[in-house]
Design a protein around this ligand. Sequence first.
Ligand code: NAD
Length: 696
Amino acid sequence: MAKQRSTPLTVRLVKGAYWDQETIKANQRDWEVPVFSHKESTDANFEQMTRLLLENHEHLYAAIGSHNVRSQAHAIAIVRELNIPRRRVELQVLYGMADKLAKALVDQGFRVRVYCPYGELIPGMAYLIRRLLENTANTSFLRQNLEERPTEELLKPPVMDSTEMETQPQKFSAFHNAADTDFADAQKRERALAAIQIVRQQLGKTYLPLVNGERISTQESFDSVNPSNPVEVIGKVGLLSTEQAEQAIQFAKAAFMTWKKTPATERANILRKAADLMEERRAELCAWMVLETGKALGQADPEVSEAIDFCRFYADEMERLERGVNYDVTGENNRYHYQPRGISLIISPWNFPLAIPVGMTVASLVAGNCTLLKPAEVSSVIAAKFTEILIDAGIPKGVFQYVPCKGSSVGSYMVKHPDVHMITFTGSQEVGCRIYREAAELQPGQKHLKRVIAEMGGKNAIIVDESADLDQAVQGVVYSAFGYSGQKCSACSRVIVIEPIYDAFVNRLVEATRSLNIGAAELPSTQVGPVIDANAQKRIREYIEIGKTEGNLALEMPAPESGYFVGPVIITDVAATARIAQEEIFGPVLAVMRAKTFDEALEIANGTQFALTGGLYSRTPSHIAQAQADFEVGNLYINRHTTGAVVARQPFGGFKLSGVGSKAGGPDYLLQFLEPRHISENIQRQGFAPIEGAEQ
Ligand code: NAD
């Protein structure tokens, strides 16, 4: 680039900055660590980079920032060797860190920049402290210098560690999370964008229900459209009638006889195969999500990882549970084990169109239940893609059936059906409570009580106290509130700020939100896409109008006219009892509230009927401890954003009116799909043991 523009520019070369953060981030995401793990390798690389820069001094001016005498001397040696004009090189040291070195460099006739932070005191001090920590690390040159190591040792040429390139992400347990795509890699970006073009050529096809392994035609169908551009039909989905739903349930009953006896490992291996197929089809699955549900690429990709994780995690979990527990004593065997429940109905929402239906379905299947999946109408095509994957992974016919239908009629029929043993639902509180009630009613001929798992909505709050790192808090709140246009059950819709920092926080929050790009989900630049459909758009707009009467409108961002867009909205000085502070809006609308004390902030946070996610930005240990004890949420996030739970790392789910059931992706989840049994056998011999067949 510098060659092309034919005006040189300066490149500042430093080492070790953000080393911890880079290493931690990569380990957490199962990415290759992008920095060297040995200090000596970093030093060796620094010297290589110094040479590269200086050899190109006509195009790039080098600024060598280091307190390491050898690193600076090495640069000087190259400058002399290549006869580089001195004005093209600058040596840099931090004020107060290496004054003697700076003096020596000036004496050698070099330009030296002594730099220091300026501006606000607190961020400046934070910077200095980070530099102090770096420079007092055991491996730091300055520290070793103070330890009076021999000069030869300090100045010896650094050698790149040969194991450096083999560094793999650190693994914490036997189960490994699938890694999200690192979109910093241009090839991966191109692959994702190419997949959208390929998928676009497949739009408008018909997807029929899968009943007992057959695609069956239906009287009714539904056009699933692109929320960014509703004239684009993603697919036509056949909707099951009540009679067809009845047939599907009967096929499931028949298939259960064999499925329940299929060894757990065999069932688990189908999940593992499905996970591999999803990994192969990752870019394509993302593309379907982008187009059918308006999810931006950066949000769709982690969802594929989550779906893969659910398959692999529940496969492992089933094998663990299958072993059962023995409580034997002398003369008596006691075996505690699990059996499947039977016919299981899955009802999924559209907002995690892949991960949620996959997670609920595979948990049910691997536990040995014959499973019917009813996806939300507007995300039925993605569920159809998952169906293809399960078929390819070898799921037997009748064991899994894809049953798109109208929720309120045919869905409800299946919920009430006497042969259905359990319903696993994720969606709104209204529908969840209705299903809970309907399932509780005993139907004629029904010989069991139904189990209902219902994951429902939230009104999630983040508390920001006066000790919070505002850089972190602003970024985390913006991401939690406006990612996927606030349409995540975990999204932040209330932020409660302690008085002394209220104004500073709000100003920065508004400006940070203003910088978000709003547009079609498929554009790589998009951070906020559309909402799911016209109904949602209308409902959210109504709430915005209500909000304007309940607080001060601090920001209302414009959004594209075509498509179901709603620009992010921030309303400040909202009362804790206001409707926009109590009701789930499920859109990009954020209510900001003021609290005088931390106790009051917690009280406001807990003052709703929901208990799903919550967040805290604080550096005060007593506040962190208090939130851990008293913040009533299923998932509490401290000093990080509140969305994007990772399987087996952040098992997910709420209580109060946010849900009933154990956490998805956690150690108790599969138990809900199983019936525990216990067998106690007296094995003490009483007289003789008849030999089988001996009576003839
Ligand atoms: P929704 O309740 O409108 O629909 C969910 C599903 O229920 C759909 O498949 C729908 O067709 C079906 N349905 C509707 N009426 C039915 C009936 N009478 N009987 C049987 N099925 C019926 O929810 P949605 O709009 O798809 O999803 C958004 C909601 O989901 C939000 O409230 C959100 O908070 C919640 N959600 C919660 C979690 C969680 O883990 N707690 C996760 C994702 C979404």
